[in-house]
Ligand binder design. Structure first.
Ligand code: 5AD
Ligand code: SF4
Length: 467
């Protein structure tokens, strides 16, 4: 009688459901996808819901208010699902990742002892090891170190079978050395680390081979990227973008988020020179008052920002700008706020994000004595958003009648509808065949709303089919 040789018979890998909940920035979205890649060899495949999943990861954000309380309330919900699964004879591994995990790891384990794994943004390449330890150990596993090895060197290639979409994020840089006095990022994400160009270019080529046509380079301070070049020298972001611009079929390149003081001459020139580099830039300014900019430790004045915008527009006339603003920073007077409104009027933003200042524990501004009352912050935010909203609507309305190249990224909400983005990052809806997904097509803009545009194919679909 022969017995099956257990060594030669490949063990059927159990299929385990992994549900990842992502809050916060695009970097977190990228990290969530990489955590799924790291866990795929262990048999984990995406599960649509936390209910019934074998593992749930809550990838958290710490940038603004109520971050920690929001985590505990979500953990309470997940705890019931975990208990229900245990009653049904299964097990749900519960992990908390991201910036709240980094900042409040011990507190999470104290208040939510049913959590199995707590990991920071720099250690997720060690997740398989943590899962194994969590299975063995009676208690929880915590890993919120800033390890000496870079996770970028230890990540597997993205699972090539999974669809990549038309637009993909690619993380090139992480962490921040700027220490703006309101911001937790330098504490939760650690010091600036740039990934080598060879590994970025290899990932970009793999993404393009899987159908990606737009790559968004991600970094907390992406324009501070200075990585090892493929020639062994140190490259800046402009050089990296030029190399990415050589990849055939990569239609569009974007990068986010940038700091004004790292906007180098060659990066400005790249906006004129690299055809694939989209004419859209997210460049946070935070405030238009020099006094507040100095208190924020932003390292530039309002006039420096305006001059920079002039130079960028000289390089690329149609460059659309986006920014971040904080109102009610400690000590912000009515005159400081007026200076921010003046900067907005002088610039004309296509899009912007604005926030009430929120004291973050451990940051210098949190303990400043002259905090602005909540009602004043709310009033200023409403005024600011009114001004920015008007600029955004005007920017959108100005595209009516124009023919814009739209990169089609997917189907629309209604039958026969498709959608994509203009070069200026505006969502565009139109009627057209799904076969156009992944292609850049000319679209006549026929209507504009506050947040998106509508248009029709140019030429019309029948002529398109003949073309
Ligand atoms: N309060 C309010 N907004 C903040 N941001 C960062 N930290 C804070 C804070 N403590 C905003 C900044 C930054 C964006 C990502 O979040 O505008 O550019
Ligand atoms: Fe935070 Fe950006 Fe300032 Fe860095 S540059 S500290 S990430 S706001």
């Amino acid at each position: 009688m022969s017995t099956l040789n257990p060594v030669s018979a490949p063990a059927a890998r159990p299929r385990l459901g992994l549900h990842v909940i992502t809050w916060g920035c695009q970097m977190n979205a990228y990290d969530s996808a990489r955590m799924a890649d790291v866990l795929a060899p262990l048999g984990y495949a995406p599960a649509a819901a936390a209910d019934g999943a074998d593992m749930v990861i809550l990838n958290t954000c710490h940038i603004r208010e109520h971050a920690t309380e929001k985590v505990f309330s979500e953990l309470g919900r997940l705890r019931s699902l975990k208990e229900a699964r245990a009653r049904a004879g299964g097990r749900m591994v519960l992990a908390v990742a991201g910036c709240v995990a980094q900042a409040e790891g011990e507190e999470i384990l104290r208040r939510a002892p049913y959590v199995d794994i707590v990991l920071g943004p720099q250690t997720y390449h060690r997740l398989p090891e943590m899962v194994a330890r969590a299975a063995r150990a009676g208690g929880a596993v915590i890993d919120t170190e800033f390890p000496p090895e870079s996770k970028f060197d230890h990540l597997p290639e993205a699972a090539s079978a999974s669809p990549a979409g038309v637009s993909a994020f690619l993380s090139v840089q992480e962490g921040c050395d700027k220490f703006c006095s309101f911001c937790v990022v330098p504490y939760t994400r650690g010091a600036e680390v740039s990934r080598p160009a060879a590994s970025i270019l290899a990932e970009a080529r793999r993404l393009v081979a899987r159908g990606v046509r737009e790559i968004v380079l991600l970094g907390q301070n992406v324009n501070a990227w200075h990585g090892e070049g493929v020639d062994g020298g140190v490259w800046g972001l402009a050089r990296l973008i030029a190399a990415l611009g050589e990849i055939p079929a990569l239609t569009r390149i974007r990068y986010t988020t940038s700091h004004p003081s790292d906007m180098t001459d060659d990066l400005i020139a790249a906006h004129a020179r690299v055809p694939a580099l989209a004419p859209f830039l997210h460049l946070p300014v935070q405030s238009g008052s020099d006094r507040i900019l100095a208190a924020m430790n932003r390292r530039h004045r309002a006039a420096d920002y305006l001059r920079l915008i002039e130079r960028l527009r000289a390089a690329r006339g149609d460059l659309a700008l986006s920014s971040d603003f904080i109102v009610g920073y400690p000590g912000e007077s009515a005159a400081d706020f007026a200076a921010t409104l003046a900067l907005i009027r002088a610039t004309d933003f296509a899009q912007a994000f604005s926030f009430k200042y929120s004291p973050r524990p451990g940051t210098p501004a949190a303990t400043a004595p002259n905090q602005v009352p909540e009602a004043e912050k709310a009033a200023r935010l409403a005024t600011l958003q009114e001004a920015l909203g008007t600029q955004q609507r005007d920017f959108n309305a100005a595209t009516i009648g124009r023919i814009l190249p739209v990169l089609i990224t997917g189907r629309g909400r209604h039958e026969g509808q498709i959608g994509g983005r203009s070069p200026y990052f505006q969502p565009v809806h139109l009627n057209g065949p799904a076969a156009l997904i992944g292609r850049e097509v000319d679209v006549v803009i026929t209507a504009a709303g506050a947040n998106s545009l509508a248009g029709r194919l140019h030429p019309a679909p029948e002529e398109f089919a003949r073309a």
